[in-house]
Design a protein around this ligand. Structure first.
Ligand code: MIC
Ligand code: SF4
Length: 641
C-alpha cells in the first residue's frame, strides 16, 4: 500500500520508536525558529545546555511579538536575542523584518524538511511542504542542541480538495470550513494532509493560511504537497534550487478523509469567542462594526494585501470604523510601497502598523468598550484583544476590507469581484535585515538586561502529593486564559517571578496569591485544557506558583508537553462525571505516586469529601521520569550526573 506524504517525511526523520499511531516517536529536526516572546526563555535554556553552536541545519531567531517598547524590557530582550544568535550560530531577523511565520516561508522554508518552532503557528511552513510543528521553547532548545523531538505518532487525515475558489472566497474560508466541521479539538493527535485536484489552484501563501490556522484545530500540524506551484513560489523568491517534488503515493492510505469542494465555499466568519464558532458571513451580515484589522501570520501576504488594496482603492473607510493594517513582512511592505498599493491603503484611511504580530497578541489597538472588531487573524479568544468586553470576529481579507468601507459586516460576494490576485513572478528579495551568525563567536558577549531573570527550577514531585484545588475551569481553556499576553504582561516574558502574578488573572485575580499561600496546588479543567499558544509560560509560571498537577477531561498537545517539561503532572479523569466530585479549595492527596505512575491509573483521594477518584496519565516511561524529577532540565541533569 502506498505512503502518504506525512509518513514519508516522518520515516526520513525517524530516530526512535515505530510509526504506530498513538505511540511515542522521536524525529530529527532540520530547522528551528523562535520568536522573541518565547525565545528569551528558549535561549536561556539552550545556554544552560552548554552546547557551543546549534546543531541544526538552520536556526532562526525572529523578533515580531514584543516591539511596542513601552519600557526598556522589550529592547533588552532584543539585544539579548541578537547577541545570543550571533554567538551560537543562529540567524537573527531584526524587529521590522516581519512576522516569523511569514518571513520563514518567504526566505527559509524548504520542502521535505522538519521545522520545530516555539510558536503554535509554526505549521505555516506546511504550506511549502515542510513538516512544521509548534512546541514549547524548551523542546526547541533541545532540538537546537541536536536532540530529537518527541511526539505521539499522529493519525493522518486526508483533506481532499476539489474544484476552485470563487474570486471573493479566500483560503481563510477553507480553514474556517475545516474548523466548522472538526472544531477546536477535532485535530488533536492528527496531521491534516491536503490533497486532490483543488490543491494546484491554491498558491503557496494561500496554502500557508490554511496550514497556519490548522493550529486552531489542535492538530499536530498540516501539510500540502510540494508541486509546480511550490516551485513557482520558490523561484519567485529566488530559491528555486531548494525545490524538491514531494507527493503522496497515488494509492496512499490515510486514517480519515474529509472532502471539501472549494467551489461550494462562501465567505465565512468565526464568531466570539472561538475560531470554530463559524457561520456564513451572510447570516451575520449587517452587524455594526467599530474596528477592522488586517494582518497577522494568517493573512498578511502580498496577495492578501493586494486584494485588500484592490477593494479599498478609491474608497474611504467608514467614519465609525478604525481600520488598521499590518503587513506580514518587510518584503510585503516594501512591495506594496513600490507598486503604489500602500498609497491606496493610506488614501482610503487605513492606519498602517509595523510588520509585526501587533494587535493579534494584544500589543496595541485594543478595541473600545463593547466594540465589535473584525480581524483577519486566527484567534478570537476571550480578552486576547486587550478589551474584555470587545467581540472579535475572524474573516478573510476580502470580507474585512468590504466591512471597513461599509461599516457593517459585509459579505464580499456582494462586491462583484471577478478576479483573484495572482502571485507575483518575482518577489522583492532583500535579506539585509537578517543578520547571519558571527564569524568569531568567541568574541561575542551576550548582553542581559535587568528584566532577564534566571529560569526558576522545579523540585522533584513528592511521593505523597497533598495539594489544594486552586481553580476549577470549564472546557477549551486557552493558554491566553492561563497566562495572558498583551501590552502590559508580554514585556515580562523573561521574568517568571514577575509574570507569575498574572496567572489566570482574567478568570480569577486572586489566583496567584492563593496559589502562593497554598504552597502546593492543583487546577481542575474540562476538555482541551491549554488550547492555543505554545507559550511555556502557561506551565512555567503556574509551576513557579506551586502548581503540581492539572486534572482535566482532556489536554491540548503542546500544553500537555509543556506541563511535562516543567514537572507538572497532567492527569485525565477516567470518568468524566468525576469532574463534579472535585471543587475549588478541596484538599486532594495522591499516595505512592511513583508506584502509581508505573501503571496507567492513579487514585486521587479527596480529603475534603472523603471520596476517591480514578484518573489516568498517558505518559510514556520517559515522560514519567521527567515529571517526577521536576521537569526536563532536572531530569537531564540527573541523567548526566
Ligand atoms: C499566539 O499567537 O498566541 C502567540 C503569541 O504567537 C503564541 C506564542 C506566545 O505566546 O509567545 C503561540 O501561538 O504559540
Ligand atoms: Fe503573531 Fe498572532 Fe501569528 Fe501568534 S498568531 S505568531 S501573535 S501573528
Amino acid at each position: 500500500m502506498g505512503q502518504n506524504l506525512t509518513r514519508k517525511i516522518i520515516a526520513q526523520h525517524l530516530v526512535a520508536g515505530e510509526m504506530k499511531t498513538g505511540t511515542e516517536i522521536a524525529i530529527r529536526i532540520d530547522q528551528t525558529l523562535t520568536q522573541d516572546a518565547t525565545g528569551t526563555m528558549a535561549y536561556l535554556q539552550f545556554e544552560a545546555m552548554g552546547v557551543p553552536r546549534v546543531k541544526t541545519e538552520l536556526s532562526v531567531s525572529y523578533v515580531d511579538h514584543n516591539t511596542l517598547q513601552t519600557g526598556f524590557e522589550n529592547a533588552d530582550d532584543h539585544r539579548f536575542l541578537q547577541t545570543v544568535a550571533a554567538k551560537y550560530g543562529i540567524y537573527f531577523s531584526r524587529p521590522g523584518n516581519g512576522i516569523c511565520h511569514q518571513v520563514h516561508l518567504e526566505r527559509f522554508g524548504v520542502p521535505g524538511k522538519t521545522l520545530l518552532g516555539s510558536d503554535s503557528h509554526t505549521p505555516t511552513g506546511g504550506g511549502i511542504g515542510m513538516l512544521a510543528i509548534g512546541a514549547g521553547g524548551l523542546d526547541v532548545a533541545v532540538a537546537m542542541a541536536g536532540g530529537p523531538f518527541y511526539l505521539t505518532m499522529p493519525k493522518v487525515v486526508k483533506v481532499e480538495l476539489l474544484g476552485r475558489l470563487k474570486p471573493y472566497v479566500s483560503a481563510k474560508d477553507v480553514i474556517l470550513e475545516v474548523l466548522r466541521r472538526l472544531t477546536v479539538k477535532g485535530g488533536v493527535g492528527k496531521i491534516l494532509e491536503y490533497t486532490g485536484p483543488g490543491v494546484k489552484t491554491l498558491s503557496v501563501p494561500e496554502r500557508a493560511t490554511i496550514t497556519n490556522m490548522g493550529a486552531e484545530l489542535g492538530a499536530t500540524t498540516s501539510i500540502f504537497p510540494s508541486d509546480e506551484v511550490t516551485r513557482a513560489f520558490l523561484a519567485a523568491q529566488q530559491r528555486e534550487e531548494q525545490w524538491v517534488e514531494l507527493l503522496p503515493d497515488e494509492d496512499a492510505e490515510y486514517d480519515e478523509t474529509l472532502v471539501i469542494d472549494l467551489s461550494d465555499l462562501e465567505p465565512l466568519v468565526a464568531c466570539p469567542y472561538s475560531p470554530d464558532a463559524v457561520k456564513p458571513v451572510r447570516e451575520v451580515a449587517g452587524l455594526k462594526v467599530n474596528q477592522v484589522i488586517i494582518g497577522s501570520c494568517t493573512n498578511s501576504s502580498y496577495t492578501d494585501l493586494m486584494q485588500v488594496a484592490n477593494i479599498l482603492r478609491g474608497k474611504k473607510v467608514h467614519p465609525d470604523v478604525s481600520l488598521a493594517i499590518a503587513p506580514g513582512s518587510r518584503q510585503v511592505f516594501e512591495m506594496l510601497a513600490r507598486n503604489g498599493a500602500l498609497a491606496d491603503l493610506i488614501a482610503a484611511g487605513a492606519r498602517i502598523l509595523e510588520t509585526t504580530c501587533g494587535p493579534c497578541i494584544g500589543m496595541g489597538q485594543a478595541p473600545a468598550t463593547n466594540a465589535v472588531s473584525v480581524r483577519t487573524f486566527n484567534r478570537n479568544f476571550y480578552g486576547r484583544s486587550g478589551t474584555a468586553s470587545a467581540k472579535v470576529y475572524l474573516t478573510g481579507p476580502e470580507t474585512a476590507a468590504a466591512t471597513a468601507i461599509a461599516g457593517v459586516l459585509t459579505d464580499a460576494s456582494s462586491l462583484g469581484l471577478t478576479a483573484r490576485v495572482e502571485m507575483p513572478q518575482q518577489f522583492l528579495v532583500d535579506d539585509s535585515m537578517i543578520i547571519p551568525p558571527a564569524a568569531d563567536p568567541e568574541k561575542v558577549e551576550v548582553v542581559r538586561g535587568p528584566n532577564i531573570k534566571p529560569l526558576p527550577v522545579n523540585t522533584e514531585l513528592p511521593d505523597t502529593l497533598q495539594a489544594s484545588v486552586l481553580l476549577k475551569v470549564e472546557d477549551n481553556i486557552t493558554t491566553d486564559h492561563i497566562m495572558p499576553a498583551g501590552a502590559k504582561i508580554l514585556p515580562l516574558r523573561s521574568n517568571i517571578p514577575a509574570i507569575s502574578a498574572y496567572v489566570f488573572s482574567q478568570i480569577d485575580p486572586t489566583f496567584a496569591d492563593r496559589a502562593k499561600s497554598a504552597g502546593s496546588g492543583v487546577v481542575v479543567g474540562g476538555h482541551n485544557y491549554g488550547q492555543g499558544s505554545s507559550r511555556e509560560h502557561a506551565a512555567l509560571a503556574p509551576m513557579n506558583l506551586g502548581v503540581k498537577a492539572v486534572i482535566a477531561k482532556s489536554f491540548a498537545r503542546i500544553h500537555h508537553a509543556n506541563l511535562v517539561n516543567f514537572g507538572i503532572l497532567p492527569l485525565t479523569f477516567v470518568n468524566e462525571a468525576d469532574y463534579d466530585k472535585i471543587n475549588r479549595d478541596d484538599k486532594l492527596e495522591i499516595r505512592n505516586l511513583r508506584a502509581q505512575l508505573a501503571g496507567k491509573t492513579v487514585t486521587v483521594h479527596n480529603l475534603t469529601t472523603g471520596e476517591t477518584i480514578s484518573v489516568y496519565h498517558n505518559l510514556c516511561p520517559r515522560q514519567v521520569g521527567i515529571v517526577t524529577d521536576g521537569g526536563l532540565l532536572n531530569h537531564t541533569k540527573k541523567q548526566n550526573a
